[in-house]
Design a protein around this ligand. Structure first.
Ligand code: SAM
Ligand code: SF4
Length: 330
């Protein structure tokens, strides 16, 4: 048996996303309903001891990247302590966080000191009123402040994720590209996926990465980046005048499932081997029933072995995910 985690199609799994909470201080329209989503009870969230244990076992089997996410991970009390604990796990090469940046001005420095390597910030509009419509919070100024502090603390290691939706924010593609040029942050355009809690996703709302690229090209010539990280779903392009870089995550129009090396653990300890998985593997129950590391390792191998071949969004029989992105951990 391979000492590493591998699925039945020979894909090596190196990348683990851990959700720390399903709660959020925003209500992005493409992710959460305006209200009425019930939260997981606090006792059912993985404790820091449990997260660290799963991480240690996973890293021992070849996981070398961990991203903390949610919901909004900065709402989890003691985040700094957890980061410090994970940063000490031997063999973990990359420890990162995805956040809406609302609390980043206060937290970025402590997180960097605790050992966090990188931050991805989700930001879908640079226009105050539109930002408010999209997130249902009037918080753009605080996000800018969070970005300012994070850029200082994590120079060169800050990425901006933009979900582009037709008729909503597709007229901001060029301003976001200009942000990449001006600030030196990698801006990554993400195709809208059927992961909204309201289940109102429509294919027509998806703006393809190819379309976004063409829009930017009209203004600023771009070439494919020579150095692509093969483990990243993003295809990077560089501005030909050397000023910055943008990326495209074309999950709907150009699925990268064949090279997918990631799995997710929800805040309540369920492993999902695909965003669109129809089944989950429970680790919470195992951890709380006194299982030894061998039993946890065996369940990890088993869950990963059956990882889905592809997400199937484009198949006629596609079934939308049973949980929203905020509940899975994006
Ligand atoms: N709250 C944090 C944030 O927004 O960065 C972390 C969790 S959020 C669920 C993780 C990522 O999922 C964000 O970049 C968000 O834009 C993305 N996301 C949420 N719903 C999505 C959807 N329907 N399609 C594509 N991306 C989505
Ligand atoms: Fe919250 Fe992130 Fe979902 Fe927006 S995308 S509602 S910030 S979890």
């Amino acid at each position: 048996m391979s000492p590493m985690l591998e699925d039945r199609f020979g894909r090596r799994i190196r990348n683990l996303r851990i959700s720390l909470t399903d709660r959020c201080n925003f209500r992005c329209t493409y992710c959460m309903p305006e209200d009425g989503l019930s939260w997981l009870p606090i006792p059912s969230l993985l404790t820091f001891d449990e997260v660290e244990r799963l991480a240690r076992i996973g890293v021992g089997l070849g996981i070398d990247k961990i991203r903390l996410t949610g919901g909004e991970p900065t709402l989890r009390p003691g985040l700094e302590e957890l980061v410090a604990r994970l940063a000490r796990v031997p063999g973990l090469r990359d420890l990162s966080l995805t956040t809406n940046a609302f609390r980043l001005a206060d937290l970025a420095e402590g997180l960097a000191k605790a050992g966090l390597h990188r931050i991805n910030v989700s930001l879908d509009s640079l226009v105050r009123e539109r930002f408010q419509e999209l997130t249902r919070r009037d918080a753009l100024d605080r996000v800018h402040e969070g970005l300012r502090v994070a850029a200082h603390v994590f120079p060169g290691d800050l990425k901006i994720n933009v979900v582009v939706m037709r008729g909503v924010n597709d007229d901001e593609v060029v301003p976001f590209a200009e942000m990449a040029r001006r600030r030196g942050w990698i801006v990554r355009f993400i195709e809208f996926m059927p992961l909204d809690a309201d289940q109102s996703w429509q294919r027509e709302q998806v703006v393809s990465g190819a379309e976004i690229l063409a829009q930017i090209q009209e203004r600023y010539p771009l070439s494919p980046a020579l150095s692509q990280d093969p483990s990243q779903p993003a295809l990077d392009w560089v501005f030909e005048d050397g000023r910055g870089r943008v990326g495209f995550i074309n999950s709907v129009t150009e699925p990268f499932c064949a090279a997918c090396d990631r799995v997710r653990i929800t805040a309540d300890g369920k492993m999902r081997t695909c965003l669109f998985a129809t089944r989950e593997t429970d680790f919470l129950e195992l951890l709380r029933n006194g299982a030894g590391d061998d039993a946890i390792e065996a369940r990890l191998r088993e869950a990963i072995y059956w990882k889905e071949l592809g997400h199937g969004i484009n198949d006629p029989e596609f079934i939308p995910a049973s949980r929203s992105m905020s509940q899975i951990g994006g």
